[in-house]
Design a protein around this ligand. Structure first.
Ligand code: G6P
Length: 595
């Protein structure tokens, strides 16, 4: 995965900003890091194993006007100082950072070695620096040397390169994200918008197959097609995310801050019904000519399941939901005129993008619900809508799940012609704001109980079956306790065998009386086998349980927005009491750009 950044300025001084950007990109990987800075025409590299802070800490860097940086999640080659980026050519005249994976690089590597190049790492990236050097040697100017190198590459890449003596950055993008930021005193580029918010809020989003040349006062973009280079004229877009959103403020972790932002985000969505109307109308009209398939991964997949429920209940629309990594195998029936709704926080998840490519190749229309502006998914879609949740830093998705569910609620309601949506969502926002203290207190208490358990089950019915899946995912990803979400009624067909004395089962109690009766029966089933039940339930209803959190919920369809918050908090406090860092769970990354 990896995060990359580049800065080219009129004045000297890029190191500090490179490091700031890399810290914002650590969600993409942080097993090694490095920067290259050009001063007096010479490139100097500082890199090593660990986070960027640990790598540059205490090192005196000779600063200059051009620099690139990288934070790595190892794919080709293990975690070692040699494999950390930036990579340089034999004589250190070319430095390169790369996000993605290159195909057939072994052949190029062998060829370069035959030509006398000394390669110092096991990475695919290093060949790029040597290829540029080789082209320079054969007489190419800096831009041609870069372009002729990119022409040889296959695979996925966002590449930023600098060349000794050139106050410029050379960029190329294919299937890995790369955005250009426009500033007053220079220009920037990075894997995402959030990494550059401390420098600018004006961006140009590069597309696949494009290369760019940045100088302190100019940005030129070309599309590479075969032997041709076609100039691209693209307008800059303003992104209304403030850099403060990337600050933890008084919260101990981003995850906790992001959980607390939810009432505010729901209010924002409640106030934007007009914004969602166009998208809903387009989706509604597209659905006249074909079926609807929802595709998403991780937490977004759970939102997709809730979306399927809402579209069916509210608008009578039939859909199916396919997990993104399984899409290629399960979508053979897709045809022209069908509609694929892709849901993704980042808009960069490789499995989701691959699903979208397949859908497009079959002539299906693609619409998407996304959080990150300018992300690849928005560019690939026929129509996109934003969930307006602001940047999410914690690896475990929290506020973006609620925002996805709220937007799906709005869209389903708009298609069905219901009114009063804004007041309903504003009501949920208010309720959450007022009850945050109680939710916190209950969740802390429960985490005390859960932290020593090996297994925890989450059960839900109807619309809260996906909520149960999400509750289990949150707990396992950040606390590393095994957790499983299940439809409460299905539990007796197998998992019930796992219940022992004291096994915790967290149950979402339905608002609807008929459904609740069934859930109560399921609660009795697990309790009689020794389970310790924790219920999250509507105020004032009688439920046999060991511990309960009563919330003021009246509408089943809005209940996931309320029930999810204590589940997130339970996961958070359990992880914290076990000494885990909930913002950076082991082995996981926020944006998974490999299939
Ligand atoms: C990763 C993240 C999850 C996220 C999933 C899908 O696994 O850790 O939090 O839900 O990717 O990401 P997307 O950006 O497509 O919603």
């Amino acid at each position: 995965m990896c995060g990359i950044v580049g800065i080219v300025r009129k004045r000297s001084g890029v190191a500090e900003d490179l490091v700031k950007s890399l810290k914002k990109l650590e969600y993409r990987g942080y097993d090694s890091a490095g920067i290259a800075v050009m001063s007096d025409g010479k490139i100097e590299v500082v890199k090593g194993v660990g986070t960027i802070d640990s790598v540059v800490g205490g090192i005196e860097i000779r600063d200059g006007p051009v620099g690139i940086g990288h934070t790595r999640w190892a794919t080709h080659g293990g975690v070692s100082p040699e494999n950390a980026h930036p990579h340089t050519s034999c004589h250190g005249e070319v430095a390169v950072v790369h996000n993605g994976t290159l195909d057939d690089f072994e052949d190029m590597r062998r060829e370069l070695i035959t030509k006398g190049h000394e390669l110092r790492s096991e990475t695919d990236t290093e060949v790029v620096a040597h290829l540029i050097e080789e082209n320079l040697k054969s007489g190419d100017g800096p831009l041609s040397a870069f372009v002729n190198t990119i022409r040889k590459l296959k695979g996925s890449y966002a590449i930023v390169s600098m060349i000794s003596g050139e106050r410029a950055l050379f960029l190329a993008r294919n299937k890995s994200p790369l955005v250009i930021g426009l500033g007053e005193d220079g220009n920037y580029c990075a894997s995402d918008v959030a990494a550059l918010l401390h420098l600018t809020n004006r961006f140009i989003f590069m597309e696949d197959g494009e290369i760019a040349l940045l100088t302190p006062s100019s940005v030129e973009i070309w599309k590479l097609e075969g032997g041709k280079m076609e100039k691209v004229d693209r307008r800059a877009e303003e992104v209304d995310w403030s850099p403060q959103l990337l600050d933890k403020g008084s919260f101990e972790h981003f995850m906790l801050k992001e959980i607390h932002e939810q009432p505010h985000i729901l209010k924002k969505i409640a106030e934007s019904i007009d914004y969602y109307t166009r998208f809903s109308e387009r989706l509604d009209s597209l659905l006249r000519s074909g079926s609807l398939t929802i595709v998403a991964a991780g937490t977004s997949y759970h939102a997709g399941l809730i979306g399927k429920y809402l579209l069916s209940k509210l608008a009578g629309i039939r859909s199916e939901v396919i997990i993104a990594s399984e899409f290629p195998e399960w979508s053979s029936h897709l045809r022209e005129g069908d509609v694929v709704l892709a849901i993704s926080q980042s808009g960069e998840t490789a499995d989701v993008l691959e699903a979208v490519r397949i859908a497009k190749s079959r002539g299906s229309k693609v619409v998407s619900i996304v959080n990150v502006p300018g992300s690849t998914l928005t560019r690939m879609s026929d129509e996109s809508v934003f969930i307006q949740a602001g940047p999410e830093v914690g690896v475990a998705a929290t506020k973006t799940f609620s925002a996805q569910v709220a937007v799906l609620y709005v869209i389903s309601s708009l298609i069905s012609g219901r009114s009063g949506i804004s007041d309903e969502l504003a009501g949920v926002s208010e309720l959450l704001r007022n009850s945050m203290g109680d939710l916190e207190g209950f969740s802390k208490e429960m985490s005390d109980l859960l932290k020593d358990k090996e297994h925890v089950f989450f059960l839900g019915r109807g619309i809260n079956y996906p909520t149960a899946l999400e509750g289990a995912l949150k707990l396992k990803e950040i606390s590393y306790i095994h957790a499983e979400g299940y439809p409460a009624g299905e539990y007796k067909h197998g998992p019930l065998a796992l219940i022992e004395e004291g096994t915790p089962a967290v149950v979402m109690v339905p608002v609807n009386e008929e459904l609740r009766k069934k859930a109560v029966y399921n609660i009795m089933e697990v309790r009689s086998r020794g389970a310790f039940t924790i219920t999250i339930q509507p105020k004032g209803v009688e439920v046999p349980t060991d511990a309960s959190l009563e919330v003021d919920v009246e509408d089943e369809l809005l209940s996931p927005l309320i029930y999810t918050v204590p589940l997130q908090l339970i996961a958070y406090y359990t992880a914290v009491s076990l000494g885990r860092n909930p913002d950076k769970p082991r082995n996981l990354a926020k944006s998974v750009t490999v299939e």
